[in-house]
Design a protein around this ligand. Sequence first.
Ligand code: IPM
Ligand code: MN
Length: 346
Amino acid sequence: TREIKLAVVAGDGIGPEVVAEGLKVLDAALAGTDVSVSTTAFDLGADRWHRTGETLTDADLEAIREHDAILLGAIGHPSVPSGVLERGLLLKLRFALDHYVNLRPSRLYPGVPTPLAAPGDVDFVVVREGTEGPYVGNGGAIRVGTPAEVANEVSVNTAYGVERVVRDAFARAHARPRKKLTLVHKHNVLVHAGHLWRRTVEAVGTEYPEVAVDYAHVDAATIYLVTDPARFDVIVTDNLFGDILTDLAAAITGGIGLAASGNINPEGTTPSMFEPVHGSAPDIAGQGKADPTATVLSVSLLLEHLGLDAPARAIADAVAADIAERDGTPRSTTTVGDALVARVSG
Ligand code: IPM
Ligand code: MN
């Protein structure tokens, strides 16, 4: 039997509620297999910060490193100044654990309401770079609060960082039936980073002659996501463009209640981290009405990452079947979780 050591960071707001359902479905999917899961809960987020002033200590990080994967609910609370938990906890985990592939699939499940009139067959994945770009924190401000203030956020793009994520995106595109890769950037304005990305895609592309490559400026990509999202197969882009595009991608495929993600270290030298794309939604926290589906789908990505394809698929199929029967009647968090457990077990 194989034992999976799972670090659980439920976090803030609706995080604990959706994570509880994710773990229920995970257990159900592994019942009757020779895989078992042991979980370690990590007390991280707004409460911990209020109590101790700590976001993520070296000891926390070392303990998390001992695990095979991380399931994260949501981070952030209005009672904590903006950026403290985002930078000090969530981004610190992504950076410290070298999660350079931020994988965000978008699939329009049959029966899901979409604001698009004629969406077509939407099934693409965004490979968002996870450790560079403007997220690095390379910047600064002078004369803050005066009319002469200057505030800089420098986007960091290294040849090493761009090449490794582009390679991952090509490999994913190659493994998919349509074998298509779209680079999204803005190389007509961001000429330094943009051309590094463009040249890297060109160079790695010579090793993947079967993969069709195209390019869209990020502003045009937002139009395509609304007018013709079925054109996309794999999108590779930088950290900030990927952040923005994946919220739009979620909005056209049923909303952030369904959007799952993986923060992946493909080499497996550190635990990868799986989380819903949505935030902590403090306005509905504690009311049992958050949709846990995005977390459950993140659990499916987690299993897939660990090579457990059958239970991963069982969860994805259960979600697809559940979604197909949704009629818009509100269901509680646990009701959805229980329904998915029943489908996975049945
Ligand atoms: C996301 C979130 C985070 C990001 C925030 C909370 C730091 O928006 O996971 O998409 O910008 O990456
Ligand atoms: Mn985001």
